[in-house]
Write a new protein. Structure first.
Length: 289
């Protein structure tokens, strides 16, 4: 099966992009939107080179706002050109040339097992190959379809009509938990967050490392103090709706964020600054306008 021109649109949000963006576009050979989040002018040469690629459009945003805006720009163009699916990929991810065909085929196969139509809101790899090790999503079967509660947006294939139904990606969140919020709203609308083992994604999850705590492997990221603040703040913002939709997932998420915040203050560099960053996330902040 080949991916037809109107089935999948690729969007790659960038900031200070490298030649890896060109590699992704050349591998996937899809109609592509590259949304740049106000990179310095020193990155003009690489962005000009990207814009010269076949079926590729580069959007140069004039102020930095975060990944959600770039994803929504891809969504808007996907909807206006009648694409059924939106494939979102980070600039530092690595995937095979057959990725789009395989994940689209998996979505279609899953839907054949599910009575409701449309069933799949988003589908993603069951595992993410991080430099520190493998990250695996908690999974259950719903009518033989493997599902989870949320996935990272890189490497995920989103149904355009479903994203439009929930209002797209929340730009008030900026960067952190944008994918989690979209998955939450898709679940609220009755869509499945599906998984597949037919594709493989290599992605760097915040320069993370894995530690063993009481027999459980925990992934600890090396995000900056400011990112830690927004990670905590955005997760707390989503918590009430998460507890209403899935108390188990909500508790699991807050536990993961807490452990990551604590371990960030105990390992690596800038421990005290990272701790202060996490604590500052407990304070409420007005949404971005």
């Amino acid at each position: 099966m080949q991916v037809t021109k109107q089935e999948v649109l690729l969007v790659i949000p960038t900031f200070r992009p490298t030649r890896s963006v060109i590699s992704i576009i050349e591998k996937l050979k899809l109609t592509t939107i590259v949304s740049d989040d106000c990179s310095p002018v020193t990155f003009d040469p690489i962005l000009r080179e990207v814009s010269a690629l076949p079926r590729t459009t580069v959007i140069r945003n004039l102020h930095n706002q975060g990944i959600a805006r770039g994803l929504n720009q891809g969504l808007e163009l996907a909807a206006s050109h009648r694409f059924e699916w939106l494939l979102t990929v980070d600039q530092d991810s690595d995937l095979d040339s057959d990725y789009a065909r395989a994940i689209l085929s998996a979505a279609q196969s899953h839907e054949a097992l599910w009575i409701q139509r449309p069933a799949i809101g988003v589908i993603a790899p069951h595992q993410v190959q991080d430099a520190s090790g493998v990250m695996t999503y908690p999974t259950k079967l719903v009518d033989s379809v493997p599902v989870t509660q949320e996935v990272i947006q890189s490497g995920a294939l989103w149904r355009v009509s479903a994203l439009r139904q929930i209002g797209g990606f929340d730009e008030n969140l900026g960067i952190d938990a944008v994918d989690a919020a979209a998955c939450l709203h898709l679940r609220e609308a009755g869509y499945l967050i599906a998984l597949t083992d037919t594709v493989e994604l290599h992605h760097n999850l915040g320069n993370s490392h894995q530690v063993n705590i009481l027999g459980k492997t925990v992934m600890v990221t090396n995000h900056s103090p400011s990112r830690r603040a927004t990670m905590v703040r955005n997760r707390l913002r989503l918590a009430p709706a998460e507890f209403k939709q899935s108390p188990v997932h909500a508790a699991r998420t807050l536990r993961r964020v807490t452990v990551n915040s604590l371990m960030g203050g105990l390992t690596g560099t800038d421990r005290w600054e990272k701790t202060k960053g996490s604590l500052s996330g407990l304070r409420r902040k007005k949404p971005n306008k």
